[in-house]
Every structure is written in structure tokens, then in C-alpha cells.
Design a protein around this ligand. Structure first.
Ligand SMILES: Nc1ncnc2c1ncn2[C@@H]1O[C@H](COP(=O)(O)OP(=O)(O)OP(=O)(O)O)[C@@H](O)[C@H]1O
Ligand SMILES: [Mg+2]
Length: 350
């Protein structure tokens, strides 16, 4: 996680007195809705097109915000995603396909799991799919990277795993086109320890996510950088895995251990678990090292490796500071194009 990841939001929160915001309780969920009415249209009162227009407006101002990212001034246009309840979800306009549950996993830190979770999900949403993204990392990078203010959440995926809270209760609908989010907060850090004493501790996520089959085309789980109980839950809940591998010197370090964990879970708890794809990330074609590592990974994993390679680009690391995916932050840049291509490949792989 970049040290500036929450910087703009914190600054903005300090700048915006709480009185300016409308705070209300939504339904029976106990999830607070915080709407800055200056910048966010009331979801209940606007048809889909208008809300899209609103997000396009937001999108229009981002390049300016991007410019200011390199200077010490603070972007005024940062808009945090309003926290809504699942009941307010926009109607789905197409038949949902067979739900695929895919965990994005690698116990190695900083390889591009959260970046892929956010941007692949958003790209699939752009391509007309209905996607749920579950943040299973106590760092909550995916949650903040999609513009959700973690401090405003009463409940998160922790409550689903440990308090029998239904997944619908924590889902924030339509954080982007076609994309819903099940957020994480720092509370999840306790789950690794607390789960140990629970019955069926490895099955908690599977039980919760299984109930959502048929409601989405894709459900992605962004995993923490460890092989603890949270990751085991993600392995048990998933139909398939996407393993991002950073094209750097120690790229394959730890992958053997990950594959062993996968094998153990497959033989005991989830026999149909398969690798969906290996994703090369942060590729810099100018360096021999990147090219060599990419070739080595392809040699090892063959056609399990996605054709699409995610390039190293600063825009991908900037986008989370603005709480939006790359498809909105820099839609024509190479980062957005590569994640759109990856989304196409994911759809083609079935
Ligand atoms: N293709 C890319 N180009 C440039 N920077 C990137 C790219 N992908 C990810 N990053 C940056 O690298 C850092 C690590 O990425 P990310 O948070 O996605 O990895 P992660 O595997 O989720 O990390 P963790 O294991 O801590 O959860 C972040 O600062 C992110 O913005
Ligand atoms: Mg992460």
C-alpha cells in the first residue's frame, strides 16, 4: 500500500466539515449513508443515465486532479463513493450468466492483486457484466481504492465471516458501472485469530458467497498477502484462481508454496478448484529482466498465462488516490487498455 493512498481522502475529510454532509441510516442494515449533495446525485431520484452522467462529470475533472497529484496542492474534485444499501442497487438489464467465483491470490505482497481486483472488475462492469468484488484484506486497499471511506462503515466482511451478517447487508452497490463492493475495514485484522476458535472456520466465506450465486456474472475476492485462514477461506470459496505475478527477479518465489496450499485445499475442501489464469503485472518491456521473467513464467505455466500483460504505468498507481478505477481515471491510457483486454480474455476463457 502506498503511503499516500489515504492522503487525499484524509485531507478532504479535514477540509469538509461534517455538517455539510447529509447523514442518514439506510434500511435495516445500520449502514450509514453519507451524501455530499453538492457532488453526488441522490441515487433514488435519478434514472441510470443521469447517474452515469454524474459519473462522467466526475470523470471529466480527473485529468486536472491528476495534474495536481504531482504538485503539493490538493485536488478539490475528490468524490468519495456514497455508502448505500444493497436494496438500492440499480436494476440489472441483462440475464446473469453462470456466476464464476474467482479469488485473486498470491501470498507475496505488492504484486498487483488489489490493482487487478479493482481494475479487472471495473473493466468487466464496463463490458456489461455484473460483478461483485469482495475485499478480504484487512489493509482495505480495494475498498479505499474504489473511493469508499472505511471510517464510515459500520459493518464489513469481518461481520459476514464472524457475526453471521448476511453478505447483502454489507454490499455497497454500484460503486462503478456494473460493480458492487463488499468492503473490508481494519476490523478484519482480528479475523485470522478469531476464526481459529470457530466451527467450520474454513467454510465461512464459501457459505456466504454461495448464496450470491446467480446474482452476478463474476464474484472476485481480493486476498491478503499471507496464507492464513482468510486466504484459505478464499481458496475454499473460489471456483478458480487468478494469480498475479510481478515481472521482477523473485517473481516465482513463493508460488510453489501457493500451489501446495491450493493442492491441499483442493484435495480436502474444494475438489473443483482450478487456476483460471496467471497474470503478468508491472511489466516494463524496456528491461531485459521483465522480458526474461515473462518468458520464464510462460515456460513454467504454459497457456495458463494470460496473453494480456499489465504494463508498469504510474497512472495505475495514481488512480486509487482518487477512488476510481483506471477505466475512469485514464480511460485511453495503456493501463486501462490492458485491463479492458484482460476483461475480454476473462470472458473468452468462459
Ligand atoms: N501495473 C502497475 N504499474 C505501476 N504501479 C502498479 C501497478 N500495479 C500495481 N502498482 C502499484 O504497486 C503497489 C502494489 O500493488 P497492489 O496494492 O495492487 O498489490 P497487492 O498485491 O494487492 O499488495 P498487497 O499484497 O499489499 O495487498 C501499489 O502501490 C500499486 O499502486
Ligand atoms: Mg492488496
Amino acid at each position: 500500500m502506498g503511503i499516500f493512498d489515504n492522503f487525499w481522502k484524509d485531507k478532504k475529510a479535514k477540509e469538509t466539515p461534517i455538517e455539510e454532509k447529509k447523514v442518514s441510516q439506510v434500511g435495516e442494515t445500520g449502514v450509514k449513508t453519507i451524501e455530499n449533495q453538492d457532488v453526488v446525485a441522490d441515487h433514488n431520484e435519478v434514472p441510470q443515465d443521469v447517474s452515469r452522467e454524474t459519473s462522467e462529470k466526475t470523470q471529466d475533472v480527473k485529468p486536472e486532479a491528476a495534474t495536481s497529484a504531482s504538485s503539493p496542492s490538493i485536488p478539490d474534485e475528490f468524490v468519495s463513493t456514497p455508502i448505500r444499501s444493497y436494496e438500492e442497487k440499480l436494476p440489472v438489464t441483462h440475464a446473469i450468466g453462470i456466476t464464476k467465483i474467482i479469488s485473486i491470490i498470491n501470498q507475496k505482497g505488492g504484486v498487483g492483486k488489489s490493482t487487478t481486483a479493482i481494475n479487472l472488475s471495473a473493466a468487466l462492469g464496463e463490458q456489461g457484466k455484473q460483478v461483485l468484488l469482495i475485499d478480504l484484506d484487512p489493509q482495505g486497499n480495494t475498498t479505499s481504492g474504489l473511493g469508499v471511506e472505511k471510517s464510515q462503515l459500520n459493518k464489513c466482511i469481518y461481520n459476514v465471516l464472524l457475526d453471521d451478517t448476511e453478505l447483502e447487508e454489507i454490499i455497497i452497490p454500484d460503486v462503478c458501472k456494473g460493480l458492487d463492493l463488499a468492503p473490508s475495514t481494519i476490523n478484519l485484522a482480528g479475523a485470522e485469530v478469531e476464526l481459529v476458535a470457530e466451527m467450520a472456520r474454513e467454510l465461512r466465506l464459501k457459505d456466504a458467497v454461495g448464496k450470491m450465486r446467480g446474482k452476478y456474472d463474476y464474484i472476485f475476492v481480493d486476498c491478503p498477502p499471507s496464507l492464513g485462514l482468510l486466504t484459505v477461506n478464499a481458496l475454499v470459496a473460489a471456483d478458480k484462481l487468478i494469480i498475479p505475478i510481478q515481472t521482477e527477479f523473485y517473481a516465482l518465489e513463493g508460488v510453489t508454496k501457493l500451489l501446495e496450499s491450493m493442492k491441499r485445499v483442493k484435495s480436502r475442501l474444494n475438489p473443483s478448484l482450478e487456476i483460471f489464469g496467471i497474470l503478468l503485472t508491472m511489466y516494463d518491456g524496456r528491461t531485459t529482466l521483465s522480458r526474461q521473467v515473462a518468458a520464464e513464467v510462460r515456460k513454467y505455466f504454459g497457456n495458463q498465462v494470460f496473453e494480456t500483460i499489465i504494463p508498469r504505468t504510474v497512472k495505475l498507481s495514481e488512480a486509487p488516490s482518487y477512488g476510481i478505477p483506471i477505466t475512469q481515471y485514464d480511460p485511453l491510457g495503456k493501463g486501462a487498455i490492458s485491463y479492458m483486454n484482460l476483461a475480454k480474455e476473462v470472458i473468452e476463457r468462459g
